[in-house]
Structures are given as C-alpha cells and as structure tokens.
Design a protein around this ligand. Sequence first.
Ligand code: MG
Ligand code: ZN
Length: 357
Amino acid sequence: MKKIIRIVLSVLISVILNSVNAHNSDSVRNIILMIGDGMGVAQVYGGYTANKGFLNLEKSTYIGFSKTHSANKYITDSGAGGTAISTGQKTNNFHIAVDTNKQPLKTILESAVENGIATGLVVTASVTHATPASFIAHNISRYDSLDIAYDYLKNNVDIFIGGGKAHFEDRKDSVNLTDSLRQKGYEISYSIGDLDPASDKKLGCFVADYQPPSVIKGRGDYLPLATKKALEKLNRSKNGFFLMVEGSQIDWAGHDNDLEFLLTEVIDFDKAVGEAYAFADENPGTLVIVTADHETGGFSIIDGDLVTGNVEGVFGTDDHTGVMVPVFSYGSGAEEFAGIYENTEIYHKMRHLLGLK
Ligand code: MG
Ligand code: ZN
C-alpha cells in the first residue's frame, strides 16, 4: 500500500513539475535581444581572457548555434543577418526588412507594437545603421540612412538610444525629423545623462552626430547605462516589452583587424549583458538572448594569459566569415534556444514565446 502511495505521489509530482516547466516557457513577458555584431566564439573568449577570466555571459544557462548565411550569399552582411532575426526570413545582402522581391516584411518590433507590447532599441552605432534598421525600417539598401531615419516616424518605438543625429536634423531635404518626432510626442535628448527614464513620453536619445566613439576613444559606460535606462523605462509597461541592444562596434574592430578595439568592445558589451541578466534575475518572465548576426575578421586566439589578460590574436580576413555564431540565453524560456538552427529560428522562437498574434 505504501509503495502504491509513493508511486502515485511521484507521478503527481512529475505532472506538477512538468506543468510548471511548460508554464515557464509560456510566461515570457519581456525579451531582451542582444546582438554583438560580428561576435563569434573567439571574440567572446578573447574578451574573457582580456578581462582576466570573467564574463557575465558565463551565467548563460543554455547555448545554441545559429547558421548565418543569407538568401543570396554564403557570407551574410548585417542587413540580411539582422532581417533574418527580426523577420524570420532570409533575404539578400544589404536589404533591410524586405524580402528577396523587395517587399516589406513585418518585423518582431512592429508586431510587438501591434500587440500592445512596449519596444526599445539601444545601439553603439547610428540608430539608422543596418542592425537597428532591420527592426524598425524597410529598405532595399542599408545605406539609405535618410530614408531609414524617416521610418522612425512610422513606428511607435517607446525608446531609442544611439548615434545618427545628423540623419534626422542635418538632411539634404532640409526636413527636421527631430521636430517631427517631438510633434509625435517624443522627448528627445542628446546625452545619456540627460535621458530621463521616468518620463511618461516616448524617448529618443542621440548621443552622436553619426557614430558614437569606441570605448578606447572615450565612450565610457554608455552602453551598460543606456541598457539600464531603457530597461527602467520599458519595465513600466503593463504588457511587457521587446528590447534590442546592439554592441555594434565589435564588427568594426573585426573589419579593422584591431585587437585592442575588439577586446574592449566585447568587454563593454558584456557589461550590458550583466545589466540584462541582473534585470532578468529581478523580473521573472524575462528572457535574455545574446547572439551575433555573423562573425567578423576570422578571428582566432593563438595564445593568451588569464592572469595578465594578454591575448595573442590573429585575423584571417577583414570581412565577415561563414561560421556559426553562438546563441546564449538566460531567464524564462531560455531552454528554447539550445541546439543548432538557422538564424531565422530566433525570430520564430521569440514570436512564439511572446505569444504575438
Ligand atoms: Mg550592426
Ligand atoms: Zn561588418
């Protein structure tokens, strides 16, 4: 009799545990998607070594790999790479959220807005640069910054922070898009210190005319701070939020084959990851995904020292490469991101977890 009770109890407990687990995956209300542009496994380990054996990323609970080829090229660019993640469809290189027939594709950010979910973008590039543009704009060319800036008026993103002020205020067509944004109800600021996350207005913050400086050239703690402020603003949403944070310049360091530039950008991006993981700890129902659109530089580490932080790295190219890139995840629903899959799956998994219609 005791044995039967024990069996019944263990069956009941496993049923309850399974339903709790299922509930965990189903109850994602906030997604923080972090893209280290050009960040492959060697870039991550280089940052770990330069930081003398510590990265916040190590807290990640599930790891996957994403296959990054675009619709027309084995080696993707950041337009097609961003579009795959933001829309779930592979497109041609240089396209921004349009398909191979140049037709617009609805992005996860646009779907979130339609579903009453708050949204945000935080980058270390111009806000019109390929990666953020893939979430908010539609264009056959990533280089059409003036038109991409216009698309910020067509969306209702709750907070955006990055460079690119000139694309809004110093335009060939003499239109001042910042004035238009203000008319639409945005509060615009020009330094991260002046951005007030307690404001009830939609917020835009331009921290540079074009590209913000690198960490080496004095960007300071802008990215972790901007991430923290965006989370404070978005956390007041009743229906949860979708935030994309990009460590944009990891890619540029790879193109430049500049080791110090690369390692300092990875460590800076990891500080923003630390902010996101801490937020997830404090706010159940938050999922953090940290990935890349592709690897840049064919970077590898041939020697290093975890005590001194010295890294000996070599680059195989000044362009992107075709290797799979890591997908780190943490928080509610993180288990969905284990495995090897196409970059487009990241969109489908996020969409499913947020329950977007
Ligand atoms: Mg980018
Ligand atoms: Zn690049």
